[in-house]
Write a protein that binds this ligand. Sequence first.
Ligand code: HEC
Length: 212
Amino acid sequence: MNKLSIITVLSAAAVIVSCSDVKRTPGTVYMPDMAYSRAYETYADHSNLAEKGIHYNNMPVAGTISREEEMPFHVTKDEGTDTSHYFASKQVKSPVDSLSVTDAKEAERLYLINCGICHGTKLNGNGPLYNDGKGPYPVAPKNLVADPVVSVMPEGQMFYSVTYGKNKMGSYASQLSRKQRWMVIRYIKNQQMELKAKAAAPAADGTATTKK
Ligand code: HEC
């Protein structure tokens, strides 16, 4: 009897406590962006979003390549085993003949981000991804300054390969705008010329004995 009343009282207390309408504070939300939806309704009022702590500007992320910037290259991609377009691209002149100091810095930055990983910071085809054949990348990227073909490759043809990709090298059309691609190619050309000038310089003053 006694036992039964204790059980009754305890369970009644449990029911009352759990059903009480005491307001509890939810405490700190660990990731508010996850807890409260930032969902964006098309026709909703978008004014004063910043005041509400919502950072939404309706713009693509900085550096996004717009779709019309990606491809238009009047030399279209070769189909199958045809290489005529690849060779025709040799005739295409680069719109970027020289780089200002700022553009040269930017072109180098773009090269180091997009190409250096394979072609190397020295453009010698030995970037960290290849790493003398020990790296995870299975094929040797071209040595952009010493390869007999690439070191004299017309800019238009380089643009073709960078735009459409070449064998194991993918296309950079969606990562670099057309102007950026031409800038990177100008940067490579400048490096090639610098290296040629350096190689020629010692020979000119008669001190060079061996030629690489
Ligand atoms: C993932 C590694 C990788 C990256 C990153 C890469 N390349 Fe290459 N690249 C290669 C390989 C491999 C080849 C050799 C392709 C072949 O001829 O089979 C090559 C070849 C080339 C060639 C010679 C193309 C030809 O027609 O023979 C040029 C020019 C070139 N790359 C420029 C670039 C530029 C510019 C970038 C950056 C925008 C870049 N590459 C990024 C791997 C890479």
